[in-house]
Ligand binder design. Structure first.
Ligand code: B12
Length: 308
């Protein structure tokens, strides 16, 4: 389901509810009101082509929405609600979900699915001075059904990388949509400058960064071997969930090579996003790990064992 379809469904459902006198902004029907302070105040509006504006069900206000009409302890309930992305304190309507809960669930589900299928635009790539290559998974369908293809560079990609990238860097940074293009679009601008500055301050040479479409983690082995990089940092979109669909991971490996490197040779810094590990903080951790990898000439579990 794409964003337009979701929006159309939301518009239709909200209109129907309003026709029946349901106050959706308050999250309850008009004859079963609850305290105003629990309402999602100032909910942001969606563009609706001249129609009355609708609240954004995926927004912060609805994330913090408390759907229990008359709680004994509203303060504690709101604190609980704000402390977790889990769907707690959403109340019920008889044995059923509240309408807001159901619509929010659909919106989150759609966002998670969309980010897997969405392409990072050429304009976005050019604006950041990157270039794009593809794995042997030529499209999103192949990427999802044939993970093995997402682990191999296409012949054209190998040629382009060889032609356009500086060889033998200390650190090669590569970006890939993986399973979430929003993870890249949402975090790149924060993490990349911090990474670049961190590696430069550490006195390490940086390769030419680029983007791999339809990538899987293991594609980093072929790229590092192709360029003779000592450490490779792959920034890749994580599998999305209902609570988070723009979470980024950095997978690092020391001189990896296809067929030789196994998962335990890699180190991962995961859950990089505004509400998780902040990108700038993650960048500092990544630079530290890369320095350790170069000093110890090892990665993954071997690096951890050396640190003990
Ligand atoms: C899917 C997943 C798995 C799947 C991977 C199967 C597959 N082929 O996709 C399975 C169930 C096998 C798995 C196992 C493990 N996982 Co896992 N996994 C995830 C998850 C939910 C999504 C990863 C993702 O989207 N990757 C991006 C896509 C594009 O990558 P991919 O190429 O399709 O798949 C590769 C990666 O997923 C990678 N991978 C998956 N988990 C791990 C863990 C480590 C330490 C490493 C180096 C690589 C790795 O292996 C896949 C094959 O190359 C993340 C959660 C998250 N927030 O990222 C946890 C996560 C990455 N896993 C984690 C852990 C701890 C593990 C295990 C060590 C658990 C265990 N004790 O056995 C094992 C190690 C597996 C390994 N490859 O060595 C932790 C890592 C924590 C950390 N910072 O070190 C995470 C962050 C979950 C968590 N919050 O605790 N995992």
């Amino acid at each position: 389901m794409n964003e337009n379809t979701v929006e159309q469904i939301v518009v239709a459902v909200v209109r129907e509810l309003q026709r029946h006198g349901v106050d959706l902004r308050a999250g309850v029907s008009a004859d079963r009101t609850r305290p105003r302070q629990e309402d999602p105040a100032e909910a942001p509006a969606l563009a609706t082509n001249g129609e009355p504006p609708l609240p954004d069900l995926a927004g912060e206000e609805y994330r913090l929405w408390v759907g229990i009409g008359e709680p004994d302890d509203g303060v504690t309930l709101r604190e609980l609600r704000a402390s977790t992305p889990a769907r707690v304190a959403s109340g019920r309507s008889g044995p059923r979900l509240r309408t807001v809960s159901l619509l929010r669930f659909s919106a989150d589900c759609s966002r998670a699915r969309d980010t897997v299928h969405k392409e990072i635009s050429d304009a976005w790539i050019q604006e950041r001075g990157l270039f794009a290559v593809s794995t042997c998974a030529a499209d999103k369908r192949a990427h999802l059904t044939r993970p093995d293809r997402g682990r191999e560079l296409s012949a054209a990609a190998s040629q382009t990388i060889r032609a356009r990238c500086a060889p033998d860097p200390d650190v090669q940074i590569v970006v890939s949509d993986g399973l979430s293009s929003d993870a890249i679009a949402g975090n790149y601008d924060d993490i990349m400058p911090a990474l670049t500055a961190g590696f430069r301050a550490a006195g390490l040479t940086l390769g030419t960064p680029f983007l791999v479409r339809n990538g899987r983690v293991k594609v980093q082995d072929e790229i590092a071997a192709l360029l003779g990089a000592r450490v490779i940092v792959l920034l890749i979109g994580e599998r999305p969930g209902l609570a988070q669909s723009d979470s980024l991971s950095a997978y690092l490996a020391y001189r990896p090579a296809p067929g030789r490197t196994v998962e335990s040779d890699r180190t991962v810094v995961s859950n990089i996003h505004g509400a998780g590990t902040p990108p700038v903080e993650a960048a500092a951790v990544i630079v530290g790990i890369a320095q350790d990898m170069i000093a110890q000439q090892a990665g993954g579990i071997h690096l951890r064992q050396m640190a003990k």
